[in-house]
Unconditional design. Structure first.
Length: 249
């Protein structure tokens, strides 16, 4: 399978295709309701990030996508990667865009592949494309708030414990973390509230197909940690931790 990768600046015709129903379905439905995402994917904003967004094609068919975002780092108020992870780096970039501040580095946001394109090294090819983009922009490093691919199997295990799980060769047990570390990425810290998704009980039921019959923590398919549910207040809150990884270039 020969994967060709194009930026959406090069191939704007791919924009609707990277948001196809099949590629959207790679992620659990509830993950498509993070309000912060609109600061990146909003129609009037996404056009500014087309140099940092990519489509992966096999035989002319889009089978994957990769998104990233430039931001200013090591400036006043931004000397550490944010605990707010994915959400906060998007907010930082949005602020930079409004103020006309020059970015100094880049963060990966997402790599997604259709099932038939997985397990044969294409995720690494997509990751390499993002790193090549960062090099092209003359950044010295690229960061990534990594969403461990198998953490959903252990939703009640704290992330600080999960990242210590290793194989016999010393690499992370988690496949996606292992991919990042295996190509020179270094785990920097945990982002304890990288994504925050809030909805009513009815919305959460619609997103997950689950019935929420009591208040407290509820495990949801595809979620890295339980959802906090309050029937009395009619809401569910999902606060997802991610893992910040630094890729020197």
């Amino acid at each position: 399978m020969n994967l060709e990768i194009f930026s959406l600046r090069e191939r704007p015709d791919l924009c609707p295709l990277v948001f196809s129903q099949d590629l959207q379905a790679v992620w659990p439905e509830f993950m498509r309701h993070d309000a912060t995402a609109q600061l990146y994917f909003g129609p009037s904003l996404f056009v500014d990030y087309l140099d940092y967004a990519f489509g992966g094609l096999v035989d002319g068919e889009v089978v994957g996508r990769a998104f990233s975002i430039p931001f200013a780092f090591n400036i006043e108020g931004r000397t550490e990667l944010p605990d707010g992870g994915w959400d906060q780096v998007i907010r930082w970039a949005h602020e930079d865009r409004i103020l006309g501040r020059t970015p100094t580095t880049m963060s990966a946001l997402e790599i997604a592949l259709l099932p038939q394109a997985r397990g044969i090294g294409n995720s690494l090819v997509m990751l390499d494309a993002l790193k090549a983009c960062a090099k092209k922009m003359r950044f010295a490093e690229m960061f990534a708030p990594v969403r461990p691919s198998q953490k959903h199997l252990l939703p009640r295990t704290p992330m600080c414990e999960y990242i210590t799980l290793k194989r016999a060769d010393g690499l992370p047990m988690d496949a996606w973390l292992r991919t990042h570390v295996g190509v020179g990425g270094r785990i920097v810290k945990i982002a304890p509230y990288s994504m925050t998704i809030v909805g009513t009980i009815a919305e959460w039921s619609q997103w997950t197909g689950a019935a929420f019959e009591s208040s407290g923590e509820a495990e949801v398919e595809g979620a890295l940690v339980p959802v906090l549910v309050s029937l009395e207040q009619n809401y569910g809150i999902y606060v997802e931790p991610n893992v910040w990884v630094r890729h020197p270039l």
